[in-house]
Design a protein around this ligand. Structure first.
Ligand SMILES: [Mn+2]
Length: 509
């Protein structure tokens, strides 16, 4: 089957099943289930549905029983929703590692014949930049795209914006009609990134969507459209959506298909690998088939039809409605602008190479980008530790809210809408405040609450040791072990009590 069609179908099945589980399956055993991916066999008769279980009391065996019981219902609803004559036979497969990216880890270790006794940190230190390989289906989907929107998450940081701009520039270099989306009132520094002048702001997106009709959406630094705030509704109108992200998958809603690799220190690291692959250009269809055949002949392998079919996608040389042109994509060079945007993401997401996600391959990427001519000092001063005057005035007020709990191990701070009004600043000015709190001696957890609306607070959680992603996930949020976020409704004092109680109860290493 055509990889583009398989990709679309995989995505559709994952989305429908996730929604069905959430809305219609009341079995408590299924309550812990998160669907991580779907794999179709060649003729689409069987779909392996990978799931993991999260939360206290989660039991994979119990959850599998629950899923098996719901299978008939799910199968019927799936066929109805997708309007398919026959639906693939659903098989549920427990695979915690799918969510955590450990499948690849395991394979790599096997290939290297070592690593079984290494800790996570040691494994990450051994990883090379080029061990991070973009999945073929992602590259194919990007090549098949004609009108593409590249979209960072709401309230983008330099990693999200740098990733979006660099990928947009690469797709433009490939001759695609690419647009980079952004949100009004960008954080200080972002607007100076190369190419930011041409972004499409979210308030103009609905009209632009109608005019341009993007055929593909690529989310960067997030993996679900509900992280795009005001853009969610518009983006939902495009059914081919991809995600390139380094955040852990959490929550019940399925991620968009694409590349989610939590071992990467920044999304820009992943985008660098994607652009490097795209920049090689694409062999044309004729060449691919003749090369595969030649290879098979010289190697004296059995020329079974099945083997050939595997190597040569069936509709490669048939008519070509929306696929790559017959001549394929020409190679292109990664430009200094792309490299500068990628470096901005890399230097920011590692906190200027200070956070514990800084490993050898981080420096390898920094070395390559720097060798391309990126002005590293300029990018750092442009995007790291840069404040507007209103930002400093806001900081004075936020610093005054510091409250210590659990004998100084938990530090809570907040920024209210009143403070924003008094200073004439904006919430984007609070970017980086949480890092000040995290730097306080003896602090294990930081909770930074930002008022989003009446009794609605956005919580940024930080951990020097421990896993705040678990806590964020309980509120439907996500992130990494050391940094996560979620939105919570309620009175400020109640939210603080709740979060402090959960953090204080976390076992210590
Ligand atoms: Mn990031």
């Amino acid at each position: 089957m055509d990889p583009y069609r398989t990709n679309k179908m995989t995505h559709a099945i994952l989305e429908v099943l996730s929604n069905l589980l959430q809305a219609h399956v009341k079995d408590p055993r299924v309550g812990f289930v998160t669907l991580g991916g779907v794999k179709l066999n060649r003729d689409h008769s069987v779909a392996e549905v990978y799931f993991s279980v999260m939360g206290e009391g989660a039991d994979p065996a119990q959850s599998l029983e629950g899923l098996k019981k719901a299978r008939g219902f799910l199968q019927a609803r799936l066929s109805k929703t997708l309007g398919m004559r026959t639906t693939p036979d659903l098989r549920f497969v427990y695979d915690e590692s799918l969510v955590r990216g450990e499948v690849l880890d395991g394979l790599l270790n096997e290939l290297k014949g070592k690593g079984e006794f290494l800790t996570e940190a040691e494994k990450r230190r051994q990883l090379c930049l080029d061990d991070l390989v973009p999945p073929a289906h992602l590259l194919t989907a990007l090549r098949l795209a004609r009108v593409v929107w590249v979209v960072p998450h709401h309230n983008p940081d330099p990693d999200a914006m740098g990733a979006a701009l660099a990928l947009g520039q690469a797709l433009t270099a490939m001759g695609r009609q690419a647009r980079v989306l952004a949100y009004p009132d960008p954080a200080v520094g972002l607007a100076d990134l190369p190419g930011h002048r041409e972004v499409l702001y979210s308030d103009k997106a609905p009209a632009a969507f109608t005019a341009e009709e993007p055929d593909t959406i690529v989310l960067v630094d997030c993996h679900r459209i509900d992280r795009t705030g005001p853009l969610e509704e518009t983006l939902a109108r495009c059914e081919t959506r991809l995600a390139i992200d380094h955040h852990l998958v959490s929550g019940r809603r399925a991620p968009e298909p694409g590349w989610i690799e939590a071992r990467a220190c920044s999304t820009c690291t992943l985008i660098y690998q994607v652009i490097s692959e795209l920049a090689k250009g694409d062999l044309d269809a004729e060449d691919l088939s003749s090369e595969s055949r030649e290879y098979l002949n010289t190697e004296d392998l059995p020329l079974e039809d099945e083997v050939l079919e595997d190597l040569v996608p069936e509709d490669l040389d048939t008519e070509d409605e929306e696929g790559a042109g017959p001549e394929g994509d020409a190679p292109f060079e990664m430009t200094l602008d792309m490299a500068t945007n990628l470096y901005a993401g890399l230097v920011n997401d590692t906190g200027g190479f200070r956070f514990d996600n800084t490993v050898p391959f981080t420096f390898e990427l920094a070395r390559r980008l720097s060798a391309m001519g990126v002005d590293t000092a300029k990018v750092a001063s442009m995007t790291l530790h840069r404040y507007r005057r209103t930002g400093i005035e806001l900081m004075q007020r936020v610093l005054a809210t510091f409250q210590w709990y659990d004998q100084g191990r938990i530090l809570v701070l907040h920024a209210s809408r009143a403070m924003i009004e008094e200073t004439g600043g904006s919430m984007t000015d609070t970017e980086g405040f949480v890092n000040i709190a995290t730097a306080v001696d003896g602090v294990r957890f930081v909770v930074f609450l930002k008022e989003n609306g009446d009794d609605i607070w956005r919580a940024s959680l930080r951990a020097r040791e421990g896993d705040v992603q678990q806590v964020a996930a309980k509120y439907g949020g996500g992130g990494h072990r050391a940094a996560a976020g979620c939105t919570i409704e309620g009175a400020l004092a109640d939210i603080i009590d709740d979060l402090v109680a959960q953090l204080a109860a976390m076992p210590r290493a």
